[in-house]
Design a protein around this ligand. Structure first.
Ligand code: ATP
Ligand code: MG
Length: 567
């Protein structure tokens, strides 16, 4: 295409608040335009990149017999009431009301709709397995939309859903889908790592996330250099390393701790290391209050608590609830009380004597509290986030951290939706059984942004060639000169036979053209300049920056060979 006809509004200065590199580059290179918070238009170059990604996705889906459909974005509340999620999904669900007062949601995901479609049609085990997918805009009223396309309120997702008669079949599709995702991200040019993730109250190791490694990533990946273990930090299990037990049990002593509200303030006040302090927190688990203890340098992991208690409903107690329950504010809580509140302690508290805890009285703490003598622990468990350098459970090695962007997730749902929504099939004995389901998502627009996050330099984007908006950038430096314009036109026509070519025919200064070309970042550039009359042009790789003068007669062969080398 001729650049004079394409809409590419490149920018010199990006607006304040564009906080991720990919966000800034996509704005600067004229690929996206913000409508309002978390909502963007994809301009011509971005539309082409999306198309390229979607083509790869479609090819890999077809290869595993997943079939494309397109479901409505507008979903009636009744479906969500059937699954129970109209109540539980919370404020991320964009809700609206039609002229008759009926309630709807703009789809953030499609388990309900897809289950309602198949439940009337899939009647026999002979029709199974079946995998359906779509590529569509999704809507989530994210609390903090940010980083441009990485966390939008409207974004493009590929979502797939599979239906099975038995576990083995679900497992097969789960593995096929995981492999397809690995292929997709490799082909797209992303450095992605699959990690074990949390599957919420359903439990088990039924889900993996695909993480694009990047400093901007909002997820922490825990991995080991000595094994192939990799998990989301929410899930990474801590090995219990026994503490050295001291047997000099000392007398419980109450001390005044004025203006001390946090573990760090208490450690400073007592001049002790943070790990000698014990933090006590009150949670409400399915409506019942419990106390959880962790050491001062550890953070409670509510995902692990949810898995331990097998519930989605765990909240930190409010200040008012805590004062009402224990008569003290959150900064002075401890495990010694007369109430019927069960105490759960992190494994790292096992065998520790003489710990420092709150006195359940504002402004006071207790030294030398001892389990069994002063309070009872209902159970020990892994209730906290692992720290870098600690041992992972199951001999998985030493924990190392990396940041990642979640670009995809695969999930075994089991019968969660089919049971709630009464989606059954008849097995080979003629008995009605709930369908087993899997769901699988790729953030298509997030993938575009993650690809930019991983592939750039100081001058702009360096598109992996599989998804680049065009393959070749032909630039005529001064189209007012006949020999340059004519040669440019000719090369554009020649190269167009085998490549997608963007032809910069604009009457702009050379500096502007080079800047824009660097920003836009197409894999190979052909510059028609002052040597045009001699039939010489310059060919440059965007990734390495290497350039060479090439005779026009050899140009197509040269570019074809060079393009083949580019990643
Ligand atoms: P996150 O934890 O980042 O909020 P999620 O786990 O809620 O994501 P899923 O429900 O697994 O997301 O959705 C499937 C995929 O859709 C994700 O892996 C991600 O790539 C993409 N995605 C989810 N939320 C957004 C968003 N707000 N903006 C862009 N892409 C998103
Ligand atoms: Mg996810």
């Amino acid at each position: 295409m001729k650049q004079s006809k394409v809409f590419i509004p490149t920018m010199k200065e990006v607006p304040a608040g564009a906080d991720a590199l990919s966000h800034r580059l996509l704005l600067k290179a004229g690929l996206i335009k913000q409508s309002t918070s978390g909502i963007y238009s994809y301009l011509p170059l971005a539309a082409r990149v999306l198309n390229n990604i979607e083509t790869i996705v479609r090819e890999e889906m077809e290869a595993i017999d997943a079939v494309e459909i397109l479901m409505p974005a507008l979903q009636q509340a009744e479906l969500w009431e059937e699954s129970g999620r109209w109540g539980s999904y919370g404020p991320e669900l964009m809700r609206l009301t039609d002229r008759h007062g009926r309630e709807f949601a703009l789809g953030p995901t499609h388990e309900e709709v897809v289950t309602s479609i198949v439940r009337d049609e899939l009647k026999s085990y002979k029709q199974l397995p079946l995998t359906l997918f779509q590529i569509q805009s999704k809507f989530r009223d994210e609390k903090r939309p940010r980083f441009g396309l990485l966390r939008g309120r409207e974004f493009i997702m590929k979502d797939a859903y599979s239906f099975h008669a038995d576990e083995a079949s679900l497992e097969t599709t789960y593995q096929d889908m995981s492999q397809a995702y690995t292929n997709i991200f490799r082909r797209v040019g992303l450095n992605v790592r699959p990690v074990v993730a949390d599957s919420g109250a359903i439990g088990g190791s039924h889900t993996h996330e695909f993480m694009a490694l990047s400093d901007i990533g909002e997820d922490t990946i825990v991995y080991s250099e000595t094994t192939d273990y990799a998990a989301n930090i929410e899930k990474a299990e801590v090995a219990y390393v026994p503490n050295v037990k001291h047997d000099d049990v000392k007398e419980l002593t109450k001390i005044e701790t004025p203006n001390v509200h946090t573990a760090q303030e208490l450690a400073d006040f007592l001049n002790k290391p943070l790990d000698e302090i014990t933090k006590s927190m009150i949670f409400k688990v399915d409506g019942e209050f419990i106390m959880v203890l962790v050491r001062g340098h550890h953070e409670i992991n509510d995902v692990k608590l949810k898995a331990y208690f097998e519930t989605d409903h765990i909240d930190l107690a409010t200040q008012a609830e805590i004062v009402n329950l224990l008569g003290a504010n959150p900064g002075s809580l401890g495990p010694i009380f007369e109430k019927d509140i069960k105490i759960y302690a992190d494994n790292a508290l096992q065998d520790l004597n003489n710990i420092v805890v709150g006195a359940n009285e504002d402004g006071y703490h207790l030294l030398n509290a001892n389990v069994d003598r002063d309070f009872t622990v209902e159970n020990y468990g892994d209730f906290r986030f692992i720290l870098e350098g600690e041992s992972l459970a199951n001999d998985a090695g030493i924990a190392k951290f990396a940041e990642g962007i979640e670009v995809g997730q695969v999930f075994k749902l089991g019968t969660k939706y089919s049971e709630a929504m009464n989606a059954t099939f008849l097995d080979n004995q003629g008995r009605a059984q709930p369908l087993l389901m899997g769901c699988y998502g790729i953030g298509v627009s997030r993938t575009l942004s993650a690809a930019v996050e991983q592939n750039n330099d100081d001058s702009g984007i360096i598109w992996p060639k599989a998804i680049a908006p065009f393959d070749i950038h032909v630039i005529t430096l001064n189209p007012k000169k006949d020999e340059q314009r004519e040669l440019g036109d000719q090369l554009y026509d020649d190269l167009r036979q085998s490549f997608d070519v963007l032809y910069d025919d604009r009457k702009e200064r050379a500096g502007v053209k080079f800047n824009d070309a660097d920003l836009i970042g197409l894999p190979v550039r052909v510059v028609v300049g002052k040597n045009a009359a001699e039939g010489i042009v310059e060919v440059k790789r965007r990734d390495t920056g290497e350039s060479e003068d090439v005779a026009v007669s050899e140009l197509v062969d040269y570019v074809t060979a060079l393009y083949a080398q580019v990643k």
